[in-house]
Design a protein around this ligand. Structure first.
Ligand code: GDP
Ligand code: MG
Length: 340
């Protein structure tokens, strides 16, 4: 197979503007502990990252000299989360994803709160969100599920399909054409690998799921950029299950744009939609125009996002304070050294 050109890889003016003429550029297909796998017009390469590999994401464009990754080009879109656990680091998941396919099934996996969270992530990242409802073959009327998905947010584009039918799966080709990057995310057992295989012509192993609880078994695959049959790129993003939202306030408000809009009509700008007079949200609720559960999910997501963003900001402040302390100690030592 011939090697992809930069244009094939999804290169655009956005990247060209960041470097000189005839740049030596490549796109990251996988991030390992201390190596970056990249695809380039000269073929695949394994590069040593300058700095630590955590500063790069699958899908990033980098400038390189054949051995070292010299510079990460500012991405067009960037999916990140607050790292799991007590640590507050921001963790890169994928970069330069045009469309984030949120894969769920026409069954118990469908969970409004989880889908809204993914939608907010897509929006915060700058990606187009697409809800893919698999297992359409197992229900009487898949259109019910499409409607349910569309009711989640004005942002939603949804489609239902049988992922095992290659012809149906390839309806996603529309988002994986030349220069386009489509990422697949969602719980395990929903059909991501099945879709990936159909869209790339690969034969990765899919796993059965237990019928009783609709939960999938664990995988050990890593995130990778793969060539789509339609000419673009597919990124599988396992490990996005525990998604701690951070710096996603605007994304969340975009998902709940109708509610956010309503809120601007409250008399008080800090209205909590409880007992305040002139509350447009309560009025809409009382009139049955909005769904109380959805409102509660919005508020919960906002609270969580604020908490995470604050934790991140505090951690950065602590880091800065620590850096300052180190510099002060070093200076004192040096000064004492000079005197002594
Ligand atoms: N009936 C039906 N089964 C599906 C569909 N999509 C996936 N499956 C099955 O669900 C199981 C999990 O699929 P897999 O692609 O491994 O899910 P992943 O964990 O999201 O990668 C496999 O047994 C698939 O054959 C679908 O649209 N309809
Ligand atoms: Mg899988």
């Amino acid at each position: 197979m011939t090697h992809p050109t930069l244009a094939d890889l999804g290169w655009s003016d956005h990247f060209a503007r960041q470097c000189g003429p005839e740049p030596r550029a490549a796109r990251i297909s996988a991030v390992h502990r201390d190596r970056l796998q990249v695809l380039s017009p000269d073929g695949p390469l394994s590069l040593v990252p300058r700095g630590h590999a955590g500063g790069y994401a699958v899908g990033d464009f980098v400038l390189h000299d054949g051995v070292l990754a010299l510079e990460r080009l500012a991405p067009q879109t960037e999916i990140a989360r607050r790292a799991a656990g007590t640590g507050a680091a921001r963790q890169l998941i994928a970069a330069n994803v045009d469309t984030l396919a949120i894969v769920t099934s026409c069954n118990a996996d469908f969970n409004a709160a989880r889908l809204e969270r993914y939608l907010a992530v897509a929006e915060a990242a700058g990606c187009l969100p697409l809800v893919v409802l698999t297992k359409a073959d197992l229900v009487d009327d898949p259109r019910d599920w499409v409607r349910r998905a569309q009711r989640l947010s004005p942002l939603v584009t949804a489609l239902a399909l049988d992922a095992r039918d290659p012809e149906e799966a390839r309806r996603l080709d529309a988002w994986a054409g030349p220069g386009q990057t489509l990422a697949l995310t969602g719980s395990s057992g929903t059909g991501k690998t099945t879709l990936l295989n159909a869209l790339t012509g690969a034969a990765e192993a899919t796993r059965g799921i237990r019928e009783d609880d609709a939960k999938g078994r664990h995988t050990t695959t890593h995130r990778a950029l793969r060539r789509a049959l339609a000419g673009g790129w597919i990124i599988d993003t396992p490990g996005m299950r525990e998604l701690a939202l951070t710096e996603a306030a605007e994304g969340i408000d975009a998902v709940f744009a109708d509610l956010a809009d309503l809120e601007t009509r409250c008399r008080f700008s800090d209205c909590r939609h409880e007992t305040e007079p002139g509350c447009a949200v309560r009025a809409a609720l009382d009139a049955g125009e909005i769904d109380a559960d959805r409102l509660a999910r919005w508020e919960k997501l906002r609270r969580e996002e604020r908490r995470n963003t604050k934790t991140l900001a505090e951690a950065h402040a602590r880091d800065r304070a620590f850096g300052k302390m180190v510099r002060t100690v070093m200076r004192d030592k040096r000064d004492r050294g000079l005197k002594g």
